[in-house]
Structure formats: C-alpha cells, structure tokens
Design a protein around this ligand. Sequence first.
Ligand SMILES: C[S@@+](CC[C@H](N)C(=O)[O-])C[C@H]1O[C@@H](n2cnc3c(N)ncnc32)[C@H](O)[C@@H]1O
Length: 256
Amino acid sequence: MVSTDHNDQPDSANPATDLATEKRDIQGVTGTLTSRSIRSFVIRNGRLTSAQQSALDNLLPKFGIPFSEATLDLASVFNRSAPTWVEIGFGNGDALLHMAKQHPEVNVIGIEVHAPGVGQALLGIHAEALSNLRIIQHDAMEVLQHMFAEQSLDRVLLFFPDPWHKKRHHKRRIVQDEFLQAVSSRLKSGGLLHCATDVADYAQWMLEHLDNAKQLRNESPSQDFVAQPEWRINTRFERRGQRLGHDVFDLLYRRT
Ligand SMILES: C[S@@+](CC[C@H](N)C(=O)[O-])C[C@H]1O[C@@H](n2cnc3c(N)ncnc32)[C@H](O)[C@@H]1O
C-alpha cells in the first residue's frame, strides 16, 4: 500500500532514508524503475481501500499498460487512430476521467505512481465504461523517454505537480529542462502542453523553464498565464490550495 503527499515530503538531506523508502515500496509501480536518479516523487506507505485494491488486482490488467522500454503502438492499444492526450501525475483521476468522458473522440493515457489514485481512476473507468482511457503506473519521465514515439502526442497535461517547496528540493520538481525536452519532442507540431499550479513560486519557475524550451511557444497573449481551459476541471489538490486562499495559474504552450 503506497501513497504520496506533497505536503508531507521527506527530507532529502537524508538520502539514505529516501532510498530505503523507495526500495521498499517500489513494487507498487509496474515494471522496474531503470536506475536510481532524482525523482519527482517518493512513494510511502498509505491507505488503500479494499475497492482500490480490488481495482488494482482486477482492472489494471484490463485498463493498464505495463511499463516497457519499447515504443507503444498507440493505434493498437486503443484499436483506433485518434488524437492522444497524456496526463502526468493524475492523482485520484478527477481531471483524467473528466477529459476522457468529455472527449470520446480522443485517446487518453494517465500516468501515476500513487497506487490508491491508480485504483480510484480504474474504478472510474469501469463505472463510466470508458473505452478511450488507459493507465500507466510508472515514473512519467521514464514513460516519456521510452514509450512514446517522437511527435506522437497531441496534448500533455500536468496539473498541480508536487511543488517541492524547499530550495534544496527544487531539483525534484518535475518541471526541469530535461523533462520539457522529453515532452516537447513527443508532442506533435502544434500539440499543447498545459500545466497548472496553485503555488506562485512554482508558477514562476514553470514560466521561466517553459520560456527557455526552444520548441515551445507561450499561447498567452500576455506571455504569462491563461484562463482555465474548459478541459481542466478543478482537481482535489486544486481545491485544497483554494481552501488555503491560493491563486491558480494555468500555463499553455504550443509545440512549434
Ligand atoms: C500534488 S499531486 C496532484 C494530483 C492531481 N494532478 C491533482 O491535481 O489532484 C501530484 C501527483 O503527481 C504524482 N507524480 C509525481 N511525480 C510523478 C512521476 N514522475 N510520475 C508519475 N506520477 C508522478 C504523484 O504521485 C502525485 O499523485
């Protein structure tokens, strides 16, 4: 049983503890994580309901795509050719399920390492009988690098990623040059990267890193943030931020 929580992060000043934690719990992630590197998540023991456990046992084989170092054939995964959207770190799947329901013409893939969230999203796929949604339970960075061909994705969505508040943890933020390079190379020309955060400091960090990414162009007329696009509904972490009085920032960039 595993969970992650961005308000309850370990202190990387003690890497031995982090490594031990990751080694103990990493079985929850499909496939083997290829090598120890700085990761944007730490998996820790957490509560998994019996329904979520049953979804992992019975629905993941049906709606999950196992991690592999081989490139995915998207048309055969979905039995059709259609635009493909990928949400990274979908949490319990609020936005993921909404996008798949609202856009049946699109193939949607969600990537998440948090087992209770994966179980919850699987329950939603089953309950709504969604045929256009699949889940990969693995590190998104490795999935991007191995499983998606260059210029194969129409949209990449990253909603409320872990902010890693402390300066010494900033290297764990998922938005880094290497991550943006992987995303932009997998996006089709004209494809979109949409990020959202309720942490002002992370919004600025995103803006700077995204502006530095050569193949990405800001879609905001004011060259900063955009109004919330219709395909993003409010998520669990967003609601938590709003309860704390946080502003929300949406960033929308197009692959040139
Ligand atoms: C703060 S939560 C936000 C969840 C959801 N997007 C929301 O808005 O409610 C960030 C999520 O990203 C996931 N995550 C972080 N790094 C990841 C990675 N490299 N690959 C897959 N999931 C990741 C975490 O497990 C966590 O569930």
